[in-house]
Write a protein that binds this ligand. Structure first.
Ligand code: FMN
Length: 435
């Protein structure tokens, strides 16, 4: 095959050299071409969330990937959240009466806690370590680029003061961990940093936590020399991941800075997780107390039952997030999408309704909106995007949901997300649960 002027300079040089050197250079040239091909492959946009997950698996060390998958016990709830969406069908329309009903651009615009967003999907709070050096700063930036908001986990890796400038529409998520003084310290810090809302997650009760059938990830409690030696081969097995961290400021330090309970607390993951497990589940009075303390927009996350949703509203929630923690709490809890409509009916217009759990496509978002959700939060989907491609990966995952939602509207013959209703869905008998 003839070399072109654009080909690597090695080929040009090879004309001046001996046969052996030429062969060597030709083989280097072939390697370079193959590498260029791979680089091009890596730049190929993420096509689906499943694609992001595949790339994530290849890019991060095994224990990190296992932690991203997460899921509790047998993973029944984790899997049910996803498969439940496949059981709901669409009832498509072929054509409409007027051109206004079939605009080229469909209206996806919405709002969350009074903040306008370009479409009703946000990045929900997910705590994960060692995925990407920029971590939640990258997620905040990606969600801002996509015109939406972000819920920063108190178990995240980057401090809220670094995250807020990347997206002013960031909320702070809190667990009921430690004493009231500890919690008040975190709330005040979030306020000072400018968080636009407080999410209190109530469904990480510890009671449901248990071992995973596929094995728990091995996570060091701190990254000391012993841990480094133990985990070094894993880092070396993913050199690009290691290089990203080394170039991005150093190895993950296994701290969760947003859970610090004082200015001097080092906020080691293992210590705070231990405290979470030792802190009794809060009462509704405790929830009211946080609400009073915070004073701003307030979300109660981890609601599965209608009576809890109403109680949360009585305690002052502006939004209720229907969630089973992505199957990380009480395994065998049925999928959130199956109870969403029941909770939506109970809540009515009294509060904004968020949902998460198993959302992997824009059509899943359409189904959730049709069943009464106002806002849909992504969990693992953005996490895999982050692992697959940093900020750009998260942005692409968000855009996959936007495009998919728009396509669903086209198929259903709607000009706006506001037109979606339960009439658009084919739901098997007994599927929707009264919760
Ligand atoms: C690895 C992992 C960590 C999570 N950490 C948090 C957290 O710190 N705070 C929280 O409120 N929810 C957390 N969640 C739950 C998510 O906010 C969300 O409810 C769940 O991921 C939705 O399910 P999905 O992953 O199937 O989309 C976490 C979920 C996963 C998978």
């Amino acid at each position: 095959m003839e070399a072109t002027a654009q080909d690597d300079e090695c080929i040009v040089l090879s004309g001046l050299l001996s046969g052996k050197s030429r062969r060597l250079i030709a083989s280097v040239n072939a390697e370079l071409k193959a590498l260029k091909g791979k680089v091009r492959m890596a730049k190929k946009p993420i096509e689906t969330v499943a694609d992001a997950q595949r790339r994530a698996r290849r890019r991060v060390p095994r224990p990190v990937y296992t932690a991203l998958i997460s899921g509790n016990q047998a993973g029944v709830t984790m899997n049910a959240n996803v498969s439940a969406f496949d059981k709901i069908g669409f009832r498509p329309r072929a054509a409409r009466e007027t051109p206004e009903e079939t605009p080229l651009i469909r209206d996806l615009s919405s709002s969350v806690l009074g903040i306008p967003i370009s479409f009703p999907v946000i990045c929900g709070p997910v705590g994960a370590q060692a995925v990407d050096p920029r971590s939640e700063v990258a997620v905040a930036a990606a969600s801002r680029r996509a015109g939406t908001a972000f819920g920063l986990s108190s178990f995240g890796a980057r401090p809220i003061e670094e995250v807020m400038p990347a997206n002013e529409n960031t909320f702070y998520q809190l667990y009921w961990t430690g004493s009231r003084d500890d919690i008040a310290f975190r709330v005040e810090r979030a306020r000072k940093a400018g968080a636009k809302g407080l999410i209190v997650t109530l469904d990480a009760t510890g009671g449901g936590l248990g071992p995973r059938d596929w094995g728990a990830p091995s996570i060091p409690s701190k990254l000391d020399l012993a841990a480094m030696l133990k985990f070094a081969p894993l880092g070396v097995s993913r050199p690009a991941w290691l290089a990203r961290f080394l170039l991005g400021g150093g190895l993950p330090d296994m701290t969760i800075p947003n859970s610090a309970s004082s200015a001097t607390d080092k906020a080691l993951f293992a210590n705070i997780y231990g405290t979470l497990m030792q802190t009794p589940v809060p009462t509704w009075k405790d929830v009211e107390w946080i609400r009073e303390l915070w004073g701003g927009k307030f979300v109660v996350k981890g609601i599965w039952r209608s009576d809890d949703a109403l109680r949360a509203i009585d305690a002052g929630a502006d939004a209720v997030a229907v969630s089973n923690h992505g199957g990380n709490n009480l395994d065998t809890t049925p999928a959130t999408i199956r109870v969403l409509n029941s909770v939506a009916t109970a809540v009515g217009q009294r509060a904004e309704l968020w949902m998460d759990g198993g959302v992997r496509r824009g059509s899943d978002v359409a189904k959730a909106l049709a069943l009464g959700a106002d806002v849909v939060a992504l969990g693992r989907a953005w996490l895999w995007g982050l692992a697959a491609g940093g900020e750009e990966g998260v942005y692409q995952v968000l855009e996959i949901h936007r495009t998919g939602l728009e396509r669903a509207l086209v198929g259903l013959g709607h000009s706006s997300i506001k037109d979606l209703s339960i009439d658009d869905l084919e739901i098997p008998e007994g599927f929707l649960l009264k919760a």
